[in-house]
Design a protein around this ligand. Structure first.
Ligand SMILES: [Zn+2]
Ligand SMILES: [Zn+2]
Length: 830
């Protein structure tokens, strides 16, 4: 007999597929590419059905297979192209296929709910004790009043409604006395059962009712009464078809009027899909300005169009200084691709920070623009995803995960700000959207344009070697040219002024001048909070986070110390936790203090702070940036969020405070990142008709990253940085992977890291260099110690082989790979 089985990928770090049986009732809907709900251990998961198998499974009894419980999609959601990209990514970044598919389908998973019910044993225990748990074998639970309360609430709910109570409801009813541990104890004792049910399939198409005019002679039969007449009139005016809620609202008629007309056969009620549109689609459109490309822009546009016409995989690096008009080149290239009948993907680092780009794109492309990013609701994203897949979208604007968008006939991929670290996912699986975009373009024989004013060293080297074609935009579009940059040595400022100051005299007078002239200023200070550390004057210790090896930051507004790595907080200390002294010193300036200072020294200025603390809530960033655009803000200060791609023509001054602090903790990319951020924020100045100015304050203003950025000298910086990378055998001259072992106990982390190190060293070829194990620069994070190994290989193939062998060996030793965080092509080794 034939037994139907399915091979399913689950989003768990297990690098193999699982086989499930298919119940006959579900068989017709089980097709490769659909999402399914499957049991996995004690949980239910959304899995991805990849293939069907008939016949007996060799060597195992089919009865032992667990069945698929639910099929979530009427149509497959995974097609060949997406699977090809996902397979490559899973292999390259050493993740499981299921984990990578989950990245490709964000927001598309079944809502699984946990429900709790009381067992017979639990009920007896409750009754026997008259509300008191009596069970000699379980004294701890029996004497726990919290246990009695939880059990009582569950039992009451069960007998009242005859159904299990949802875990969230139980939690709410019991209140703060609810603990997961008590629940777990009750379950272990057999008093309660906890089950998982798949409640909904996740986002679904939203349906809306529409009234349709059927009979045209509406005067005769049913048109008695003003309400009925009015409703039919409105329907006629709308061309015979209108959505029901709007129709009822405008006619003042009730549902019963509608039903009466339906019964009379005058109208019909139909269900139609109503697409959910992203909020930014509601913004007023701009009239697209017709810009005449500069000769450099034209050369770039022509080169890209030429590659598009040959339909062969080509990668370009569009290296253009800030304000050189890269966006216009992208938009023209997209138009060319669309004209030739192919579709385009436009990736940007964070759409939330560039709402004005979405508006510009919408003005230019209208309905054929699709949006995919994390700022959308699950429903909006689902509808956009389906519009894209159905071919109704010609160009997709999206963030990292849009690289997996189901775009048919992809012809052009744009990766703007290709150097940006947010293309790299900072949790497992740690894939890089830019690199996958190049791979995806290769699979679709598409053209890729990587754009940046400060290309990553990896990309720049590829262009120098001729693997990528270099397109240069060396000058700004406007008449003003690149801004003048001045460096202020804050040590000398201190000597001359005789006291510590946050704003140098030079920067302060430049700000005053902008206020007088009615121009705008930006100030970058890449540290939020009020005081960036609190130090004991007696023993010299900073107050550290309990969970991380990081000093905590003082936030005045909430009057609490906060860790910026794990978000833990503590109250304002009265004494030093280390020595008990009461002499505490609040040092270092963050954006919150800077805002206070600016309001004091420039009382007439309209000041706005933009950082993670002020940017909470959907649309708040958009609102702040719109206010800057309208000229309602004089000074916008903030963290690196203010540096991202904004184009404000009236900004003529950019100030950078504590530029040397941008170098941060020791990391091989620290210099590159500081250079990029400085160049990017400096580029916000002087984008209109007037010349811009940049003032950079630092204590160590001579670091090469700061110096080259202030001189607008990318080539000089790259030469220096690449020499360092070559000498230290870092990327782009080596393929790098970081393996992080985390554990609450340091010695355990260390021992496991040693084991991994031995495996890697034991089998490795000479082309492999293994460094460590050693404590990571961030030695403790979120309560876990972190021990790190770095692997450098001559090529990516050698690196992947070594990691594959290592994982294989660890699986043989039953070491769970979750305890290792493997980062291929890491952005940081902190
Ligand atoms: Zn102390
Ligand atoms: Zn912390």
């Amino acid at each position: 007999m034939t037994i139907l089985r399915a091979s399913v990928a689950v989003p768990r770090p297990v690098r193999r597929l699982f086989t499930y049986s298919i119940p006959p009732a579900l068989a017709p809907r089980c097709r490769p590419g659909v999402r399914v709900v499957v049991p996995f251990g004690r949980h239910k998961l959304t899995g991805y059905l990849l293939s069907l198998m008939e016949g007996e499974q060799p060597g195992s009894s089919p009865k032992s297979l667990r069945p698929i419980e639910q099929v979530l999609d009427p149509e497959p959601v995974l097609d060949g192209t997406i699977l090809e990209v996902v397979r490559f990514a899973a292999d390259y970044y050493v993740a499981s296929l299921g984990e990578m598919i989950r990245c490709a389908l964000p927001g598309m998973k079944a809502q699984v709910r946990r429900v709790v019910s009381v067992t017979e044993r639990g009920r007896r225990a409750l009754e026997a004790g008259g509300g008191v748990l009596v069970d000699a074998s379980l004294p701890r639970i029996a004497s726990d009043p919290r246990g009695r309360e939880i059990l009582g609430v569950v039992a009451e709910f069960n007998s009242g409604r005859g159904a299990a109570i949802r875990l969230d409801d139980l939690r709410r009813r019991v209140g703060p006395r609810f603990t997961t541990r008590t629940l777990e104890n009750l379950r272990a004792a057999g008093f309660l059962e906890v089950a998982e049910v798949a409640a909904t399939a996740g986002p679904r198409p939203r349906l809306e009712e529409e009234a349709v005019l059927v009979a045209h002679d509406v005067t005769a039969a049913g048109a008695k009464g003003a309400r009925r007449r009015r409703l039919l009139e409105l329907l006629g005016e709308a061309g015979g078809r209108r959505s029901v809620p709007g129709l009822l609202r405008d006619s003042g008629a009730s549902r019963s009027v509608l039903r009466a007309l339906e019964t009379l056969g005058l109208i019909a009620i139909e269900s139609r899909e109503a697409l959910r549109r992203p909020a930014s689609f509601e913004l007023p459109l701009q009239t697209p300005a017709t810009l005449r490309p500069t000769s450099a822009q034209k050369a770039a546009i022509d080169a890209i169009a030429g590659a598009l016409s040959t339909r062969s995989f080509t990668t370009f690096l569009l290296h253009g200084v800030t304000g050189s008009g890269k966006t216009e080149v992208y938009l023209r290239a997209i138009e060319t691709a669309i004209r030739s009948g192919r579709k385009a993907l436009y990736l940007v680092p964070e759409i939330g920070l560039t709402p004005l780009l979405a508006r510009r794109m919408r003005s230019r492309f209208g309905e054929v623009l699709g949006l995919l990013h994390s700022g959308l609701s699950d429903g909006e994203r689902y509808d956009e995803w389906r519009r894209i897949r159905n071919g109704r979208v010609e160009v997709v604007l999206g963030a990292r995960s849009a690289v997996f968008a189901p775009i048919p006939d992809l012809g052009l991929v744009i990766v703007d700000e290709e150097h940006d670290t947010s293309y790299k996912q900072d949790e497992h699986p740690r894939y890089n959207g830019r690199d996958l975009a190049i791979m995806r373009a290769k699979m679709s024989r598409a053209v890729v344009v990587l754009g940046s004013a400060t290309p990553s060293m990896e990309t720049y080297v590829q262009a120098e070697r001729g693997r990528y074609r270099m397109l240069a935009l060396p000058g700004r579009i406007g008449p003003a040219g690149l801004p003048r940059v001045e460096r202020i040595d804050m040590r000398r400022e201190f000597e001359e002024v005789g006291r510590e100051s946050v704003l140098s005299r030079r920067l302060l007078s430049a700000l005053e001048e902008r206020l007088r002239r009615g121009e705008q200023s930006l100030i970058l200070l890449n540290r939020r909070g009020f005081s960036t550390f609190v130090l004991c004057r007696s023993c010299g210790e900073p107050i550290q986070c309990r969970n991380c090896s990081i000093p905590m930051t003082w936030h005045l507004r909430h009057r609490r110390l906060r860790c910026h790595y794990c978000d833990d907080t503590r109250e304002q200390p009265v004494t030093c936790p280390a020595c008990g002294s009461s002499h505490l010193y609040y040092g270092g300036t963050g954006t919150e203090r800077l805002e206070t200072i600016l309001r004091t020294v420039l009382p007439t200025a309209r000041v706005q702070r933009l950082d993670k603390d002020t940017a909470r809530g959907r649309g708040s960033v958009e609102e702040m940036l719109t206010r800057v655009e309208r000229g309602e803000i004089d000074i916008l200060l903030g963290t690196q969020m203010i540096a991202k791609g904004h184009d404000f023509p009236n900004v003529t001054l950019v100030g950078v405070l504590a530029a040397d602090a941008l170098l941060g903790l020791p990391d091989f990319r620290a210099g590159e990142r500081a250079f990029q951020l400085l160049a990017q924020v400096a580029g916000r100045s002087g984008r209109g008709d007037r010349e811009g100015e940049v003032i950079v304050q630092a204590y160590d203003a001579d670091h090469h990253a700061i110096r080259f950025a202030c001189e607008h000298d990318f080539a000089g910086f790259a030469a220096r940085e690449l020499a360092y990378r070559r000498a230290m055998n870092y990327p782009p001259y080596a393929a790098l992977a970081a393996i992080l072992v985390r554990d609450r106990v340091f010695d355990r982390a260390r021992a496991r890291a040693e084991e991994v190190g031995l495996i890697l060293r034991g089998r490795s070829e000479r082309s492999l260099q293994v460094l460590g194990p050693a404590p990571a620069p961030l030695e403790r994070l979120r309560g876990e110690y972190r021990v790190q190994l770095l692997i450098k290989a001559a090529g990516r193939k050698e690196l992947r082989n070594a990691l594959g062998r290592m994982l294989h060996e660890l699986e043989g030793r039953k070491v769970r790979s979750e305890s290792l965080a493997i980062d291929v092509d890491p952005m940081t080794t902190l």
